[in-house]
Design a protein around this ligand. Structure first.
Ligand code: SAM
Length: 190
């Protein structure tokens, strides 16, 4: 995939790991929250299987998108609008640059703290790779998910979101950059 190769080039030859570490440290967030790692395309595809995508209505958002791989994947694979939010500015700038170079207009990248941002208005599919996040961060972002619209899907890794407003659709084990992980897919029911 052209996106993967361009991303590989950016992160191998242009962006230094020390710059990323500096930015992660500067956020003041717990180091565990800021741990890099990526869910595989295979896992996301399995999570989304069975969902009928409507390019007019559906919008994917990856809360803590890192380099933005999943955001690009969903936009290209399913033809729906797709957004990525992360606190690390370099991830966001590089992903947006990549979108501009490749002329992908259906993706958007935003530098924000997902805990303090209301994101749920238009999002119908939310991804939270929160495996390493502290409980406090998970609770805070889960609160935001409560304002998702009925019918929205929420994908989490390692830890499910237990709340009466969500029902479990599927749970499976899938590859990620940190090894095999459990993926939980929920649907907002009220
Ligand atoms: C494990 S990575 C996941 C990357 C991406 N979701 C994927 O699977 O390819 C978690 C990301 O969450 C970001 N993050 C952690 N806390 C955040 C917060 N409060 N606001 C925005 N981004 C955050 C980190 O910078 C990191 O890039």
């Amino acid at each position: 995939m052209v996106i993967d190769w361009t991303m590989f080039y950016f992160y191998s030859f242009i962006i230094s790991p020390s710059r990323l570490k500096f930015e992660r440290d500067k956020t003041g967030k717990p180091a565990t929250d800021m741990t890099p790692g990526e869910l595989s395309y295979l896992a996301l595809e399995k999570a989304l299987s069975g969902r009928k995508m409507d390019p007019k209505k559906d919008m994917f958002i990856d809360l803590g998108c890192g380099r933005g791989k999943l955001t690009f994947f969903v936009a290209i694979r399913y033809g729906i609008r797709s957004a990525g939010v992360d606190l690390v500015g370099t991830y966001i700038k590089a992903a947006q640059k990549l979108a501009n170079i490749r002329k992908i207009k259906t993706v958007k990248f935003i530098q924000k703290d997902v805990i303090n941002t209301r994101f749920s208005g238009q999002s119908t599919i939310v991804c939270l790779t929160w495996t390493m996040w502290t409980k406090a961060s998970r609770v805070a972002v889960a609160k935001q998910c409560l304002s998702l619209k009925k019918g929205a899907w929420l994908i989490t890794t390692t830890i499910p979101l237990k709340h009466a407003s969500f029902e479990s659709i599927k749970t499976f084990s899938a590859p990620s950059s940190w090894g095999s992980t459990i993926v939980y897919v929920h649907r907002k029911v009220s």
